[in-house]
Design a protein around this ligand. Structure first.
Ligand code: NAD
Length: 261
């Protein structure tokens, strides 16, 4: 699958799934704009290493997706660096775990803002350029929680269900412009976001980290294995390519069977 000559923006791409997606897009030949909140020298080291490894143009913009000026700067700097945005991967996301009655209102607002509203705003920014070039790929990293629910994840589940809905509407509205919009719905992936949940289980149940991992997987993910950021990156590469031109508005789970039950 060659994405040579195409440019991609991946939000929240200095760790976890976003980094895995960015690396696979670069390995497939795309120029990639990384995004995060790393210290400048750390970000530059990461950018330079990826550019050397994959031989494509890699850039980095520090930007907070909840801030309008930062979102504008991310897209403007990508257009300045690569001439446009062909592929937008909305990956930046946060989690907060609490029962509804105890859920802090500011945490509800924050999760909805990062995991849903900022994605709507970013999509709005890239659509005109994609329409002008008659080609575009929007790939939203949703979650199994865009398809089903879990206790203590009200804001996350609401945001991810909203994102699956937004994916359908964007796919429908722009399908005659060579633009597709699809969601990837991972189950458990061992990233910093999940590491914090594993630590919480270990603490709550008084068990080791290894035992907490088994506990976490066996409750939900029938394969008893994590999906990896690289595997999710492989799916993103497929969705970004020409073979996926007629896959639109859909959600693809990579969850070891979680949602098959
Ligand atoms: P992660 O914490 O490693 O990555 C999230 C990234 O988003 C981080 O780099 C963080 O800096 C960035 N981010 C957070 N808020 C931001 C903001 N306001 N502006 C810009 N960047 C911001 O976690 P991850 O597991 O790699 O999560 C990536 C995505 O995958 C998220 O949307 C998450 O909901 C989703 N997801 C993860 C799992 C999993 O098991 N890890 C499962 C399903 C879905």
């Amino acid at each position: 699958m060659s994405l040579k000559g195409l440019s991609a923006v991946v939000t929240g791409s200095t760790s976890g799934i976003g980094l895995g997606v960015a690396e696979r897009l670069a390995a497939a030949g795309a120029d990639v704009m990384l995004n995060g909140s790393r210290a400048p020298e750390q970000a530059e080291a990461m950018r330079a290493a990826m550019a050397t490894k994959y031989g494509t143009r890699i850039a980095y913009t520090a930007a907070d997706m909840t801030k309008e000026a930062d979102r504008n700067r991310l897209i403007e700097s990508t257009v300045a660096a690569f001439g446009g945005v062909d592929i937008l991967v909305n990956n930046a996301g946060i989690q907060f775990v609490s029962k509804v009655e105890d859920f802090p209102l500011d945490k509800w607002d924050e999760v909805i803002s990062v995991n849903l509203s900022s994605i709507f705003h970013l999509i709005k920014l890239v659509i005109p350029g994609m329409k002008a070039r008659k080609r575009g790929r929007v790939i939203n990293i949703a979650s199994v929680h865009g398809l089903i629910g879990s206790t203590k994840k009200a804001a996350y589940t609401a945001a991810k269900h909203g994102l699956v809905g937004l994916t359908k509407v964007v796919g429908l509205e722009y399908c005659t412009h060579g633009i597709t919009c699809n969601a990837i719905c991972p189950g458990w992936v061992r990233t910093p976001l999940v590491e914090r949940q594993i630590e919480a289980i270990a603490k709550e149940k008084g068990i080791s980290i290894d035992e907490a991992v088994i506990d976490l997987l066996s409750e939900k993910q029938p394969s008893l294995q994590f999906a990896t950021p690289a595997q999710l990156g492989g799916l993103a590469v497929f969705l970004a390519g020409d073979d996926a031109a007629q896959i639109n508005g859909t959600s693809i789970a990579m969850d070891g069977g979680w949602t098959a039950r």
